[in-house]
Design a protein. Sequence first.
Length: 254
Amino acid sequence: MKSIPTLIISSLFGIYPGLIISMPMGMTSLVDNAQFSIGSLSFWLLVVMIAILPVAVYWVLSKQKIDDRFLQFLAPQIRELISRQGLHSAMRERQMNITAVFCDLRGYTRFSENTDSSQVMEMLREYYATIDWVADRFGGLVKDRAGDGILILVGAPVSMADHRKRGLRLAKALRDEVSNYLVNAGYAQRGLGVGIGLATGEVTVSILGEGARLEYTAVGRPVNLAARLSGAASHREIRVAPLDCLLYTSDAAD
């Protein structure tokens, strides 16, 4: 008859007592001949560690592979945030002062309805590339792409004391670069233009989701207001909320 310690280790390894011979050579005799008391704390710690260590190591390595595989689809700023703070810390809600820049195209609905879908996709691809290039110049995070509408955050996830000035300069650069692209590609002649909304204030930011579905989210007045202002802007117009105008006066003079 096997000793109690042998049966315990057998069950923890997922092995029936009758198959104890499949344990590492010498393990059975080692356990049977051990001079540990059943109540010995050291013995029980050894048993638990032997049982769970392989599982724990496998779980950690598996999680790391999953994270590495899907982090590549996140913006560089978000990957850096997770790498520096860890996912658990990065998912905590924080309040940050930011400038939200929202950009969308005038005439996009009519254009997309009367243009082959592959050509619309080609236009959007170059439009997105232009937005990304401008946003990178001023440290902006391209947050959302919904058709022709694009949200850019300045001052998150990395706090920036000059986010307002950067946001205004980013908006001006967007206006010029996107307008030039539309003219040079022949899309302006087909009715496409660009309108931009700008708003500053406090938002709540966090990483939401789990597993492969992680999304950096900002919620607050500036985000909603910038989108509404952009929708009301005419071609090449940058709209700012009346309450924010004084904040941008000195920056606009630069």
